[in-house]
Design a protein around this ligand. Structure first.
Ligand code: ZN
Length: 136
C-alpha cells in the first residue's frame, strides 16, 4: 500500500487534470501512472471495470474467500436470537417470583418472537416456562 498516493494527474499537455490510479505495482512498488476511470479510484488494468463475479461459482468462491469466522452466519444469528428469547422469559419469570433482590430490567429491544405475557394468569405462566426450555 502506498502511504501517500498522488491523487491527481495532469495529462494532455497540462490541459486535463484527472484522478490518478491508486494501484501499486507489485514489481516496482511504484504507483500506477494511468488516469483512473471516471468515478473510480483505479484504471481499467487494476480493476476499474470490475463489477464483481456474476456466475454462481464465482459468487460462491468470493463468499468462501471472505468467510472469516462464522459468528455472523444465519445459523449463529438464529441460535443467538433463540437464546436471547429464552433469557428474556427467564428474566420475566425471575421478576415474577421475586427471585432477584430487585426487579431486573432488560435493556434494548425485545428479541424477535417475544410477546409480553401476563404471568399472573396460570396458562401464560406455563407458556413462559415452556419457552425457557431449549428446543435441542
Ligand atoms: Zn492502474
Amino acid at each position: 500500500m502506498i502511504q501517500n498516493p498522488e491523487q491527481y494527474l495532469i495529462t494532455a499537455g497540462g490541459k486535463i487534470c484527472c484522478r490518478r490510479c491508486k494501484a501499486q505495482s507489485s514489481r516496482t512498488k511504484l504507483q500506477c501512472s494511468k488516469p483512473a476511470l471516471k468515478g473510480k479510484a483505479v484504471c481499467q488494468f487494476h480493476g476499474g471495470y470490475s463489477t464483481g463475479p456474476k456466475s454462481k461459482e464465482g459468487k460462491d468462491r468470493i463468499r468462501a474467500a471472505h468467510f472469516k469466522h462464522g459468528e455472523e452466519t444465519l445459523e449463529a444469528k438464529a441460535e443467538r436470537s433463540e437464546k436471547s428469547l429464552m433469557f428474556r422469559y427467564l428474566n420475566d419469570l425471575g421478576n415474577h417470583c421475586n427471585l432477584f433482590y430487585k426487579q431486573l430490567k432488560t435493556q434494548g429491544r425485545p428479541p424477535s418472537g417475544y410477546t409480553k405475557l401476563d404471568l399472573t394468569d396460570p396458562e401464560q405462566l406455563v407458556l413462559a416456562i415452556l419457552k425457557t426450555i431449549p428446543s435441542k
